[in-house]
Design a protein around this ligand. Structure first.
Ligand code: HEC
Length: 115
C-alpha cells in the first residue's frame, strides 16, 4: 500500500515537472516571436534563412545558448560563428530580459533538434 502511494506520488511529480517544462518551452517560443529573433534567425522555415536554429539544441549546450543570449559579444568572439561574415548587424545582448524569459528561451532553443 505504502509502495503504491509512493509510486503515485512519484508519477504525479513527474507529470507536473514535464508539464512545467512544456510551459517553459511554449513561453520561449512566444518570446522568440515577440523579440523578433526571426529578423535574423529561422526556425521551421519561418524567418531569416541566413541564421537557422533548427538544430541548435544538438549543436550547443544549454549553457552556451544562454551565453549567446546575454554574453553575445563574448560568444561571437570565442566561437567561429558561421554567419558573422555575412552580417553587419550583430545580435544584441538580451540583458534587458528578466531571467525567467531567458530561461524560457533557453528551454525552447535546447529542444530544437533535427530528427
Ligand atoms: C540583428 C540580428 C539578430 C537578432 C535580432 C538575433 N540574432 Fe541571434 N545571432 C545573430 C548573429 C549574426 C549570430 C552569430 C553571431 C555573430 O556572428 O555575431 C547569432 C547567433 C545566435 C545563436 C548561436 C547560434 C549558433 O548556431 O551558434 C543563438 C542561439 C541565437 N543567436 C539566438 C537568438 C535569439 C533567441 C534571438 C532573439 C531573442 C536572437 N538570436 C536575435 C543575429 C541576430
Amino acid at each position: 500500500m505504502v509502495r503504491a502511494l509512493v509510486c503515485v506520488c512519484a508519477l504525479s511529480f513527474c507529470v507536473a515537472a514535464m508539464a512545467a517544462e512544456g510551459d517553459l518551452r511554449a513561453r520561449g517560443e512566444k518570446l522568440f516571436a515577440d523579440q523578433k529573433c526571426g529578423a535574423c534567425h529561422t526556425i521551421a522555415g519561418k524567418g531569416n534563412p541566413d541564421g537557422p536554429l533548427d538544430n541548435v539544441g544538438s549543436k550547443l549546450s544549454a549553457a552556451d545558448i544562454r551565453a549567446w543570449l546575454i554574453e553575445t559579444k563574448r560568444m561571437a568572439r570565442s566561437t567561429n560563428a558561421t554567419f558573422r561574415r555575412h552580417r553587419e548587424n550583430n545580435m544584441k545582448e538580451y540583458t534587458n530580459l528578466p531571467k525567467e524569459d531567458i530561461d524560457a528561451l533557453v528551454a525552447y532553443l535546447s529542444s530544437l533538434k533535427r530528427k
